[in-house]
Write a protein that binds this ligand. Structure first.
Ligand SMILES: [Mn+2]
Length: 286
């Protein structure tokens, strides 16, 4: 039996729901599965350390393949004093733990994208958005340079994560910082190609409307957009269904996608999803 790849949307500290998913995966596949997490393992939810420990344990055995999301980047920024914690943050649990620097270093060693194949069909996993118009090899090569900066000296890391590049706004590092933002935060694109984390409005469209899987020849698995919800379209799987927002305006779920190695994994319709309902409400009422 081949190893089943299990992609999972934004976990955000929802360790009970992750455990439920892993228990279900274990009873179905034994150890013959891999966990591919689209980023935002942490923040807003109640048990960030438990999520990090679970994923790290599988990662150390070569069975988990996480990438970075905007909340991991927020942790790095907060630790470096480049960001003021938000009211809803639960990052202190990680940052103030005795292993805070261990998690800081592990997180910044993780990639921003992963590229591989499912049943011979190439795909990209990214937290928020792919770059329309970039081929898969081009994406991997260009993003690799940003990952090298994330893993660089403290001075390089600090420059990359600074929000204001001032007089350096046309520099290589400012361009890398902008691309980093696109990868982990983009939801909409304006006509001139500028990205925004805002919902699409009059002058902008969802990023994936600009991404043509047929021309790009690769599928995209992503997260980040719980208000949009589960997104199943030809060549695209968006998996953030807002587990940590459970009870906000309806049920939130941790969604997993278990593609079939045979056939066309990114075709539609597709019913190969597992949904774990949020166990309780996590976010405070406004
Ligand atoms: Mn996100």
């Amino acid at each position: 039996m081949p190893v089943q790849r299990i992609f999972v949307g934004d976990i955000q500290g929802c360790a009970d729901e992750l455990d439920e998913l892993l228990d279900r995966a274990t009873s179905r596949f034994g150890k013959r599965f891999e966990l591919w997490a689209v980023g935002d393992l942490i923040n807003r939810g109640p048990a960030n350390l438990r999520v990090l420990e679970r994923v790290h344990e599988l990662w150390a055995k070569g069975r988990a393949f996480p990438i970075l999301g905007n909340h991991e980047i927020a942790l790095l920024r907060t630790a470096l004093g480049l960001r003021t914690p938000s009211r809803l943050d639960t990052l202190g649990e990680v940052l103030d733990s005795p292993d805070g620097s261990f998690w800081f270093e592990w997180l910044r060693s993780l990639p921003l994208v992963r590229a591989d194949e499912i049943g011979g069909f190439p795909f990209l996993m990214v937290h928020a958005a792919a770059f329309p118009g970039w081929s898969l090899p081009e994406t991997v090569r260009r993003v690799g340079k940003i990952e090298a900066q994330l893993q660089g000296t403290p001075a390089v890391l600090r420059k990359l994560l600074a929000r204001d590049h001032g007089a350096d706004s046309g520099s290589r590092i400012a361009r890398a910082a902008d691309r980093l933002g696109h990868l982990v935060s983009c939801r909409s694109l304006s006509e001139d190609g500028a990205w925004s984390d805002a919902e699409p409005s009059g002058g902008s469209v969802p990023w994936h409307e600009c991404f043509a899987p047929d021309e790009s020849d690769y599928g995209v698995v992503y997260g980040h957009w719980s208000l949009q919800g589960l997104h199943v379209a030809s060549g695209i799987r968006g998996l953030d269904t807002g587990c940590v927002h459970h009870g906000r305006s309806g049920d939130g779920f941790l969604t997993a996608w278990l593609p079939d190695d045979r056939g066309e994994p990114f075709a539609v319709p597709d019913t190969r999803f597992w949904k774990i309902r949020g166990h309780r409400r996590y976010l405070p009422r406004d």
